[in-house]
Design a protein around this ligand. Structure first.
Ligand SMILES: Cc1cc2nc3c(=O)[nH]c(=O)nc-3n(C[C@H](O)[C@H](O)[C@H](O)COP(=O)(O)O)c2cc1C
Length: 383
């Protein structure tokens, strides 16, 4: 019987203290992409929580972000230059200070770099397009620019190693660049990058090469994917294609884990009686761990999720109570804070950006606000 308090050993040898994970969540605490005291306070409060703590998505290329910005003067964190290393080093140290393993999530936001658009800077994607859901146009990368982005994922991985992180997570989920290349909806290229699997596979190859060359043997490497991209009017891909991609990724490369980005940990596709977790588990192989996430808000949810997976991630629950995972691992689910008073908000060290996504009525993070884009009523250059 699996228990939340079990230690878990990854394929490359790293051991984590329990089966709980803090999934990547934008803190919106960066100053021009750099770590600030707010970032560190947020992580200090969460250093004793889950066995595995994963940073927010750090953009790997100058044009790879920032995306969504909730606080006017704060941005997403970046890892595209060595100038970010001192801050990232402090962040890694803080995240690890409770004896847990800390990973850097590496990403390129592609067409979703809406704060760049807000600043009047060009935004890149697989195709030149005017998406109806974006109030700005996006332009296609040249072949060489994509080659460079692949290298940028490697360079960011090297920075993660130098900063002292225990591993990296490649962000292939949630409509960001890797998913944009994998999607039949957003990739109609006729060069080598028009092969839907080419970009995710090239990024993985580059990241693994850097790790082999520079990282300690037990460095953790994970990949996050959204199992499906289905909007009412368009289908980017379904679980049939994504399980094929994951099959290739896990056969070609030694991933320690695969992380399914789900709205609900029990979610199922329309055409199967099985949950996504059950569909992906046999594909990834015995030695590779599975992480699932989505609306895990109590000890009962976390224990139930273990029926489907090796590792359980809780996001918003960990914003409301920085020690959510620690409490459920200790069997103290009854002590979990489920609503945030103003005093508690300070104690949980929410950043100013995260403060803005709180719904003051329900005293819980508001998903609608999380997903809402920057305020475009201010001057915005639309191409
Ligand atoms: C405030 C906030 C920021 C997020 N930022 C990221 C991110 O940087 N990278 C990512 O892969 N997912 C991000 N997500 C998605 C979460 O990792 C998670 O999948 C989602 O919140 C569902 O889990 P939950 O129901 O436990 O909150 C974010 C979610 C929230 C609430």
């Amino acid at each position: 019987m699996k228990k939340l308090s079990d230690k878990v050993t990854f394929k490359h040898g790293a051991v984590i203290n329990n089966r709980m994970v803090q999934p990547p969540m934008l803190t919106n605490s960066g100053l021009n992409g750099a770590v600030t005291d707010d970032t560190l306070a947020y992580w200090k409060a969460r250093a004793n929580s889950a066995g595995l703590v994963i940073s927010e998505y750090n953009y790997v290329s100058p044009a790879g972000g920032p995306a969504i910005t909730w606080a006017d003067d704060r941005t997403q964190l970046a890892a595209y230059d060595d100038k970010f290393l001192p801050g990232l080093t402090k962040m890694a140290k803080t995240m690890k200070s409770g004896g847990n393993k800390a990973l850097l999530q590496i990403a390129h936001t592609g067409r979703e770099a809406n704060y760049r658009a807000h600043l009047g800077l060009p935004v890149y994607a697989p195709d030149t397009a005017n998406y109806p859901f974006l109030p700005y146009g996006v332009q296609a990368f040249t072949t060489e620019q994509v080659d460079q982005v692949v290298k940028d994922f490697g360079a960011a991985t090297k920075r993660a190693i130098d900063a002292g992180f225990d591993g990296v997570e490649i962000h292939g989920a949630n409509h960001y660049l890797i998913q944009q290349f994998f999607s039949r909806f957003s990739n109609h290229r006729d060069d080598k990058w028009g092969d839907y699997e080419a970009f995710p596979l090239a990024v993985a190859k580059e990241v693994f090469e850097v790790i082999k060359k520079y990282a300690p043997k037990n460095f953790i490497i994970g990949y996050r994917i959204s199992p499906e991209e289905i909007n009412p009017d368009n289908v980017g891909y379904t679980w049939h294609e994504s399980t094929e991609l994951i099959n290739k990724l896990t056969n070609k490369f030694d991933f320690d884990y695969i992380h399914l980005s789900l709205p609900d940990y029990q979610a199922k596709p329309k055409d199967s009686a099985k949950t996504f977790a059950e569909l992906f588990r046999p594909v990834i192989g015995e030695d590779t761990k599975l992480i699932i996430v989505g609306d895990i808000m109590s000890q009962a949810d976390a224990e139930d999720a273990l029926n489907y997976t090796d590792l359980v991630a809780a996001g918003r629950a960990q914003l409301i109570d920085a020690n959510f995972a620690a409490k459920v691992v200790a069997g103290k689910g009854n002590e979990v804070i489920t609503e945030m008073s103003e005093a508690e908000e300070k104690e949980q060290a929410l950043t100013p950006g995260l403060h803005k996504v709180m719904d003051m009525e329900t005293k819980r993070p508001d998903f609608a606000k999380v997903l809402r884009e920057v305020d475009y009523s201010k001057a915005l250059k639309v191409k």
